[in-house]
Design a protein around this ligand. Structure first.
Ligand SMILES: NC(=O)c1ccc[n+]([C@@H]2O[C@H](COP(=O)([O-])OP(=O)(O)OC[C@H]3O[C@@H](n4cnc5c(N)ncnc54)[C@H](OP(=O)(O)O)[C@@H]3O)[C@@H](O)[C@H]2O)c1
Length: 315
């Protein structure tokens, strides 16, 4: 049986498939959200940094107004951007996301990245060097996250792109435990050690770039997305499924993670949700397992000299 949701350590359920919205053009994302809700999605993965929350919110409020869903049927995530890691900035930033999304509360609020930037440095200061970095400790940011929860602005709080040591730091001081770590998970980078560690701490892993961010293929360093491998298409034929459906099913059933496929294409949005009616054979799972190369799509290498850069550690 393929689970429809996973349970957080605070008993809230997170739907197993969420629509990704990074790089979804504002002019297309409203329709994508509406198509997703019509297709059965109840989980949308957003972020202040994506610059399209207002248009995502349009899609959500249209479907609520049409009576297709109620707010409480939906699971909406947003994320705190790195320019705002100081404790007193966290609540105002969450409120800004709520205003954009036209919502009164979130279901999950995440620290988007462990590394912080000075507010004036701009959102992605690749040229700025250490002068652009904020010294704020992730533990201070976490206190701000706890305040958002206390105020009822979000039903749960978590982190994204945190490594084991960074999670340990949070667990060592948290009044409210993180429920989720959102990190890269796809067959080329299966992140198994971090997933196992998180499971041991009762933290759900949500996997981003589940399809290997196919639109980045061809850029230096980016491995060939598994959905382009002819062998995966062959596996799909056995089950009458597409390569994307095979990969998403594998990530949920074998690795036990939530998946966040992004698409603004109606047929793909429908396709990526139609994965609950088949079970991969052991040999096919083992074959997809063999694609692991330990190479990330999302490396953010420019910030490798930041004190909180997460990817120097093994996991
Ligand atoms: N926390 C973080 O730091 C972080 C980092 C990265 C991503 N994320 C989240 O995770 C989501 C997913 O990651 P991602 O957007 O980087 O990559 P992804 O979901 O792996 O790949 C998206 C790409 O795959 C295409 N696609 C979607 N379904 C397809 C299908 N069935 N067959 C073929 N191609 C398909 C999309 O094209 P079309 O849209 O043109 O259909 C798009 O080009 C993001 O949108 C975001 O919400 C979070």
């Amino acid at each position: 049986m393929i689970p429809k949701s996973l349970k957080f350590n605070n008993n809230l359920e997170i739907p197993i498939i969420g629509l990704g919205t990074f790089n979804s053009p504002p002019g297309q994302v409203t329709q994508a959200v509406k198509d997703a809700i019509d297709a059965g999605y109840r989980h949308i993965d957003c972020a202040w940094y994506y610059g399209n929350e207002a248009e995502v919110g349009e899609g959500i409020s249209t479907k609520i107004k049409e009576g297709v869903v109620k707010r409480e049927d939906l699971f909406i995530t947003s994320k705190l951007w790195s320019n705002y890691h100081e404790k007193e900035k966290v609540v105002p930033m969450l409120k800004d996301s709520l205003k954009n999304l036209k919502l009164e509360y979130l279901d999950l609020y995440l620290i988007h990245w462990p590394f912080g930037f000075k507010e004036e440095a701009g959102p992605w200061p690749t040229e700025g060097g250490p002068d652009a970095y904020s010294e704020t400790e992730i533990t201070e940011t976490w206190e701000g996250m706890e305040e958002t929860y206390d105020l009822g602005l979000t039903r749960s709080i978590g982190v994204s792109n945190f490594n084991k040591t960074q999670i340990e730091k949070i667990l060592g001081m948290a009044r409210i435990k993180p429920v989720c770590n959102q990190v890269e998970v796809n067959p080329n980078f299966n992140n198994k050690k971090l997933i196992e560690y998180c499971k041991g701490k009762d933290i759900v892993v949500a996997g981003y770039c589940p399809l290997g961010r196919i639109d980045s293929y061809g850029k230096p360093r980016i491995p060939k997305p598994t959905i382009l491998e002819p062998e995966v298409a062959e596996i799909g034929k056995k089950y009458n499924k597409t390569p994307a459906q095979v990969v998403l099913n594998y990530l949920i059933t074998k690795l036990g993670v939530v998946v966040l496929p992004k698409s603004v294409t109606k047929s793909r949005i429908i396709e990526n949700f139609d994965i609950f009616d088949f079970q991969l054979d052991k040999e096919d799972i083992e074959y997809i397992d063999s694609f692991h190369k330990n190479v990330r799509v999302c490396l953010a290498p420019y910030f490798g000299n930041h004190k909180d850069y997460p990817f120097h550690d093994e996991y």
